[in-house]
Design a protein around this ligand. Structure first.
Ligand code: NAD
Length: 715
């Protein structure tokens, strides 16, 4: 909006009067965040408009695609959020305006952006607009009136759902529920439409409206609404602080006048802001963004063009990976070695879509559209024109070698050749081709169509533009990319290994699978280790370990002994009905047999069986995650501690309210982690001596009184 007729009222706002209507434009792209300068501009513009007798109504709109993405969250950590002018105070002034104030939502309004609109008298929007209050995702509640004004305008049920889930709703739903007053269909002349709307309000003497005059309508609300609502979210929000506090704010809105509610909301907002959960969730927010910036790669590096994808292997991973692209409208060719495997793979993809259709998540038409983008082949010749090939065959270097040698022969120059290997050496795979610069690891997680994480494995020779392309590709299919270096297991599986080792060892020492799982679940993990490995497959874990036998077993003959025993007995986990637990449908029960096997293995390996405290389980498993993460960081496999946190929270069920293993370590203090490692090193004898050596980086940072956050890998 660089029209000369506009004047600047701050660095980031514009102002003009047209036909007696003042137009205040937020001009701080890309998200028009409500930082200090924007706040100053809104206040200054509003005061000018209020003083000018010729101005009869005021429109607030914005330049750019988004109306407003909310608070400037860099102010959360750097400070400045409470600097005058204070956002809630501006909104109160808008609400008390004697002249009608109209929010003209030219794009999506989130958080403080929606709160700004709610404080206006009327709201008009384009059909593409979404509105939402996603603050809970940052560990806080809406703090500028959202919890008090939204229930007054939209009713308690919708407001509670929106605020506690953080999920935005579309314009039509917002219109139906009183959040919007009018939707203007055409994008071309939206400002003209907003001015016409303002004029219409004036001509019809439409009243100025204030939420202060609206009581929250609870007449049709069931008595036990909040109780039932709390029960419905209990599992999903366990460990998070803000959702419960948000509900309390809405309860206050139901009972109190607006001013009182706003006062309480402000207090609760400040309280939430100072919790470990808020620090953790905000850390993860920034971590995801930081992960796409790769040291040493220029931001001007252009990505390669990716229009066609080929996938080798239509098994568990190949099928899931294909679905990501099909869901985003990108054509996929899938290659198998045998007709039957191809048939089964296609059948599985269709079945997954059919299940989504039965649940009402997809229409029939969408199922067919997606399947139509998929072509199947048994011939490598058909992959000659693919821009990106992702290999997802068995985890076996000999087979990967055959596949990459063939790809090297058939693929066009410049095609990116990727492997979905979980643990194998991407440099070795690259060396089987004449173009190692084009080879990269793309480690999807299972189920690949659902899990958000994508580990991008940067080989020694991988070209910069291949990394940039795969990061962009990941974002286009809504994955969270994290770049890792080459080592056994990369970031995630490498760090997970000692965590699993401790869990398995603890079973030998006398902890039951359910004791271990309960401790980890209560800590916030999506599931405990024994349940997780039963789900992922005890056979998968066993086969993966064989690739690194010398390292594990030569150091410790009891390594993963219980897992190997279960594997030997064909107890592969959920898929075979038995693993650490016995499964009947979705129900699992513990079987005494597992602890009998553990006792026998303990005897064979001279392990003393004893009562294990919950505290020991937590420290030995989680602190091992931290210790190995520190080593991964020190080895340069991860670029920053937040990358490891992103991996664990998006790929391994680590609780978001703890922000990942290293954020958690920063929060509880590195010296505490170090002390515990020293303690177990001593207490566990030769086993402790072998495995509980603290990572040198952890020792260094603890000695300097620093946090993992303070550590930056030099490139
Ligand atoms: P899978 O056994 O389900 O599927 C592998 C498929 O590859 C089979 O359908 C097989 O017929 C096909 N195949 C084998 N050799 C082939 C060849 N030469 N050409 C074409 N197709 C061939 O295995 P999966 O679980 O999908 O694993 C595939 C890869 O993904 C492995 O490298 C694995 O380590 C990795 N991975 C697996 C998981 C997981 O949880 N399953 C997670 C991340 C990564």
């Amino acid at each position: 909006m660089k029209n000369k007729s506009f004047e600047n009222t701050s660095e980031k706002t514009l102002y003009k009067v047209r036909d007696n209507i003042a137009i205040i434009t937020l001009d701080s792209p890309p998200v028009n965040g409500l930082g200090k300068s924007v706040r100053q501009g809104i206040k200054a513009s509003f005061e000018i408009a209020t003083r000018n007798d010729e101005v009869k109504a005021i429109i607030i709109t914005s330049s750019g695609k988004l109306f407003c993405g909310g608070a400037d969250i860099s102010e959360f950590s750097k400070g400045g959020l409470n600097d005058a002018p204070f956002l809630p105070a501006i909104f109160n002034e808008l609400e008390e305006s004697k002249k009608p104030v109209i929010a003209a939502l030219n794009g999506t309004a989130l958080g403080g952006g929606l709160e700004l609109a709610l404080a206006c008298d009327y709201r008009i929007a384009l059909p593409i607009v979404k509105v939402g209050l996603p603050e809970v995702n940052l560990g806080i509640i809406p703090g500028a009136g959202g919890t008090q004004r939204l229930p007054r305008l939209a009713g308690v049920e919708l407001a509670t759902k929106m605020i506690v889930s953080g999920t935005p709703i579309n314009a039509n739903k917002a219109l139906e529920n009183g959040i919007l007053d009018y939707i203007h269909e055409s994008e071309d002349n939206f400002l003209d439409a907003a001015i016409d709307y303002a004029k219409h309000l004036l001509v019809t003497n439409a009243p100025v409206r204030s939420c202060a005059n609206i009581r929250v309508d609870t007449s049709s609300l069931p008595d036990d609404f909040f109780k039932i609502f709390r029960q419905s979210i209990a599992k999903r929000t366990r460990g998070f602080y803000a959702p419960e506090r948000a509900i309390q704010c809405i309860e206050i809105a139901c009972e109190s006048p607006l001013t009182e509610g706003l006062q309480k909301e402000a207090e609760i907002f400040t309280e939430c802001m100072n919790t470990p959960q808020a620090r953790a969730q905000q850390h993860l927010f920034f971590a995801e963004r930081a992960a796409t910036k790769i040291p040493g790669i220029s931001s001007t590096t252009l990505p390669r063009n990716i229009e066609s994808i080929a996938i080798i292997g239509a098994g568990t991973m190949g099928g899931g990976i294909a679905m990501n692209f099909l869901n985003s409208g990108i054509p996929v060719k899938i290659l198998e070695i045998r007709e039957e495997a191809l048939h089964n793979g296609l059948h599985m993809i269709r079945k997954n879509y059919e299940i989504s259709a039965q649940k009402g998540k997809l229409s029939r038409e969408q199922v067919e559209q997606r399947m139509a983008l998929l072509t199947a082949t048994l011939s490598y010749e058909d992959l000659a024109d693919a821009d990106l090939v992702i290999e997802a065959v068995f985890e076996n270097m000999e087979i990967k070698k055959q596949v990459f040698t063939t790809l090297d022969n058939v693929c066009k120059p410049g095609a990116i050749l990727a492997s979905n290997t979980s643990t194998l050496d991407v440099n070795e795979i690259a060396a089987y081709t004449s173009r190692p610069k084009d080879v990269i690891g793309l480690h999807f997680f299972s189920p690949a169509n659902i899990m958000r994480l994508l580990e991008i494995i940067r080989g020694t020779e991988t070209a910069d533009d291949v990394i940039v392309t795969t990061i962009k590709m990941a974002q286009s299919i809504r994955k969270v990319p994290v770049v890792a270096g080459v080592c056994w297991g990369f970031i995630g599986n490498r760090v997970l290994e000692p965590y699993g080792r401790e869990a398995a060892r603890l079973v030998l020492e006398g902890a039951t699978p359910s004791q271990i799982d309960n401790v980890l679940y209560d800590f916030g993990m999506a599931m405990g280790y024994c349940s997780m490995i039963d789900l992922a497959g005890i056979d998968v874990g066993y086969l993966t370990r064989q690739g690194n036998r010398e390292t594990f077993y030569s150091r410790d003959p009891s390594y993963a002994a219980i897992c190997d025993k279960l594997y030997g007995l064909g107890r592969f986990g959920q898929k075979s009905g038995r693993g650490f637990y016995r499964y009947e449908g979705r129900n699992k029960t513990e079987e005494p047999e597992v602890m009998e096997l553990a006792a026998q293995l303990a005897k064979e390996n001279n392990v003393t069986v004893r009562d294990i405290s919950d505290e020991e389980i937590l420290e030995r498993t989680i602190y091992m995650l931290i210790n190995e993460s520190a080593q991964v960081l020190d080895d340069g496999i991860a670029y920053r501690s937040s990358d490891i946190d992103t991996v664990f929270c998006n790929g391994y069920g680590f609780p978001g309210h703890r922000g990942g293993p290293l954020q958690y370590a920063d929060e509880i203090g590195l010296d505490n982690v170090l002390d515990a490692l020293h303690f177990y090193r001593k207490q566990l004898g030769s086993y402790g001596e072998e495995w509980f050596k603290p990572a040198p980086l952890l020792e260094r940072l603890a000695a300097e009184g620093k946090r993992f956050k303070d550590y930056h890998v030099s490139v």
